[in-house]
Design a protein around this ligand. Structure first.
Ligand code: SAH
Ligand code: SF4
Length: 348
């Protein structure tokens, strides 16, 4: 019989699990607290009787992530982790320190099948989606490794969260539970390349998270040339879904726009973008394109990026330039990848 991924279970599901084992109901809460605190095996659960721990061991497993490499930036306090999963796959995630606390950028899949041309995460395609427990474990492992508490999570690592919808929703519920890691949904951002079917489903949950939409282009011609997903859901369809999402959740949407020299950085692009975003309560995050060795995309110079920002602001669009963290350890947006990247990193 296949073992149960116990760390992905909700408090209610744990109640029915302990009942099946003939244990009293209060054990469910004890279990949930232990699991979400990041324990790696059942023997750490000191208030659970040995006989029950043995049963758990036989029937369940704790999907942790094992730290294989840790790269610390010399430029800022960013740390990038390479984790090994129970089946030998690898993922990366990043711990960042801000004035207001610690943020973890988690991966949601091993690889990615969306194939955006500027991004390293999708180069090898999709291996598999992560379970909710594996998403949670990226946070608990970073907390334990540094003896800190993480206050914010961004789902902006490897993978497309809305291409892993069920596990993403499960993760959001578990991570925000008072008895668990307890990070409020308002402190979580979910980034999508524009999977419209997923945005429509997510809207029904009305989570107070920040939805970040990777737009990266003001028109279909440019977007088609860099993002395959646009051929399925074009900009009009995507922005309609964003408007609907906003109407239901009343949350401001964040649009990400990776600035790539000669591709999407002209004044016309800024004007066109401002025009298309009219009427959407939003914020545009300009991300200087980060280098990926497999492509030749470059970021425009700083002056050009600031000029683009100012054009948007002049047209009434809220816009800022995202700070680049962990530049010396390939820990920035779009640079996370499976094992190969980090093992070949120059720093090692
Ligand atoms: N799959 C999701 C979330 C992960 S990517 C998504 O695409 O939104 C996180 C962000 O990094 C996205 O906005 C993505 O477009 C951006 N990104 C990818 N490659 C990049 C690169 N080389 N430079 C700058 N941003 C990049
Ligand atoms: Fe996947 Fe996001 Fe990278 Fe596109 S940008 S390949 S959706 S991780």
């Amino acid at each position: 019989m296949e073992k149960t991924d116990i760390k992905s279970l909700t408090p209610e599901e744990l109640v029915s699990l302990v009942k099946d084992f003939g244990e009293p109901k209060f054990r469910a809460k004890q279990l949930f607290k232990w699991l979400q605190s990041g324990v790696e095996n059942f023997d750490e659960m000191t208030n659970i009787p040995q006989t029950f721990r043995d049963k758990l061991n036989q029937n369940c497993y704790i999907a942790g992530v094992k730290i294989v490499r840790r790269l610390s930036s010399k430029l800022d306090e960013t740390v990038k982790y390479l984790y090994e999963l129970y089946d030998g796959e690898y993922i990366e995630s990043v711990l960042m320190k801000y004035e207001h606390g610690y943020t973890v950028c988690i991966s949601t899949q091993v690889g990615c099948r969306m194939g955006c041309s500027f991004c390293a995460s999708g180069i090898g395609g999709l291996k598999r989606s992560l379970t909710a427990s594996e998403m949670l474990s990226q946070i608990t492992a970073a907390q334990r490794d540094n003896n800190i508490r993480v206050s914010n999570v961004v789902m902006m690592g490897m993978g497309e969260p809305l291409d892993n919808f069920e596990n993403t929703v499960r993760f959001l519920r578990l991570v925000s539970d008072d008895d668990g890691i307890n990070i409020g949904l308002r402190h979580i951002s979910l980034s999508t390349s524009g999977v419209v079917s997923g945005i429509e489903r997510l809207k029904e949950y009305n989570f107070p998270i920040t939805l970040s939409v990777s737009l990266h282009a003001p028109n279909d011609e440019i977007r088609n040339s860099i993002m395959r997903v646009n051929k399925k859901w074009n900009i009009d369809t995507l922005l309609k879904a964003c408007r609907d999402y906003q109407r239901v959740t009343t949350r401001r949407i964040s649009f990400e726009y990776a600035m790539i020299e000669g591709v999407n950085d002209s004044d016309e692009c800024a004007y066109e973008l401002a025009e298309r975003l009219k009427g959407i309560m939003c914020h545009v995050n300009l991300i200087p394109a980060n280098p990926v060795k497999e492509n030749s995309f470059k970021k425009p110079d700083r002056g050009k990026i600031l000029h683009f920002r100012d054009l948007l602001i002049a047209k009434g669009v809220n816009a800022t330039v995202r700070r680049t963290l962990g530049a010396d350890i390939d820990a920035s947006c779009g640079q996370l990848r499976q094992k190969e990247g980090i093992l070949n990193a120059d720093l090692l």
